[in-house]
Design a binder for this molecule. Structure first.
Ligand code: RB5
Length: 156
């Protein structure tokens, strides 16, 4: 089973807890990066924690939950090596794996009900990257990451 990092802000906390229980029931190892309380927090902090767990190899994939999934996806995608998609339906979630090789799924607790979120998650976990022409495109995403890392590197 795949190790999965989970993160949420205050808006996503209840759904994150439901997803965590669902994953554990199915034998997944879960790395819970918080939040653990309903106190208002800032979603980029949790996106960074989950993205870091994935890029460090502590988890193979990450799941992020905020109000809409949008802020989490924006933040996670700023971390080189992360391909995050905010999904509100199972079809998009499946294609995000098959075409984009997403390694982070972002969900919106204010726009997606629990049962729909579980369907999206199950679909996303069960889908495989299709490779082929998509591999060339995902390699171009990696090239963009490398370009950003080079431009961010301190000059002497
Ligand atoms: C928090 O109110 C909300 O802005 C956040 O959960 C998320 O929806 C941002 O994208």
């Amino acid at each position: 089973m795949t190790a999965i990092a989970l993160g949420a802000d205050h808006a996503g906390l209840p759904l994150k807890e439901d997803l965590k229980a669902w994953l554990i029931e199915r034998g997944h190892e879960v790395v819970d990066c918080g939040t653990q309380s309903s106190e208002s927090v800032d979603y980029p902090d949790y996106a960074a924690a989950v993205a870091g767990a994935v890029t460090a190899g502590k988890a193979e994939r990450g799941i992020l939950v905020c109000g809409t999934g949008i802020g989490m996806a924006i933040a996670a995608n700023k971390v080189p090596g992360i391909r995050a998609a905010a999904c509100t339906d199972a079809y998009t979630a499946r294609l995000s794996r098959e075409h984009n090789d997403t390694n982070v799924l972002a969900l919106g607790a204010r726009v997606t009900a629990r049962e729909a979120a579980l369907e999206i998650l199950a679909t996303w976990l069960g889908a495989e990257f299709a490779g082929g022409r998509h591999a060339r495109r995902v390699e171009k995403l990696a090239a963009l990451d490398r370009r950003k890392e080079q431009s961010d590197a301190p000059t002497r």
